[in-house]
Design a protein around this ligand. Sequence first.
Ligand SMILES: [Zn+2]
Length: 264
Amino acid sequence: MDCEDVRTYLLDDHRGQLAPELAREVRAHVERCAACAHDDAAEHALSELLERRLPQHPAPLALKRRLAAQWPAPGAARAPWWPRWRRAVAPALAAALVLAVAAPWLTGRLPASGRGDGAQALVAEAVNDHLRVLLSEHPLEVESGGIHQVKPWFAGRLDFAPVVPFGGDVEFPLKGGAVGWFVDRKAAVLVYQRRLHPISLFVFRADGLPWPARGGERIGGVDAYRQTARGFTVVLWRTGDLGYALVSDLDPKELATFASKLVG
Ligand SMILES: [Zn+2]
């Protein structure tokens, strides 16, 4: 087993998902390889940040773990671009995460500013959820062969039908989807990409959330609310019973272009 093998197994090892013999091989390598021991420690630190330091709801994490337990074993099909990309950006993301943890507005402790703290809470949730997607070893539960493969996959996994009017194109390809959480409810998570920038779209039931009443802009045919925070742009809008949160570190204008495609 070489270093590359070991690194693809580390997170699964932390989750207790490896067969005992494989786990022993991984542990044996980590004990005698300083580079892999360093990566192992970094994985632990990231998990620690994600699970303990970020404001988070116990139920979603428990569910995330159950979902994680069902993820395909290592070696099963996965997006080859993702682990490489994740490894490249993980240090920067970890730094962003620390900033996010330290930023009082992100934890909702600041009193209402001009735009209302309800909107701030939704923006914070969207950024946190996007960071979780970015830092996840297996962000996609279904790989995209196109929206016609991804949409039916959600049937039976959500208690609503996510309406996604845009299935990606050459500029903004759809990479795949997963079931996640937004605040206290299940969400369809769709991951698109623009060059090297992943874009997360969360679709969820809109009722009962503190939607901003004003301060919005017109994107496509809907009133949207856009805010840039910590290097990420968040666009929020509602259509009928559904709420949408779009998050990326993409240029805000490009993200607005993408949002207008999504709105239709
Ligand atoms: Zn090694």
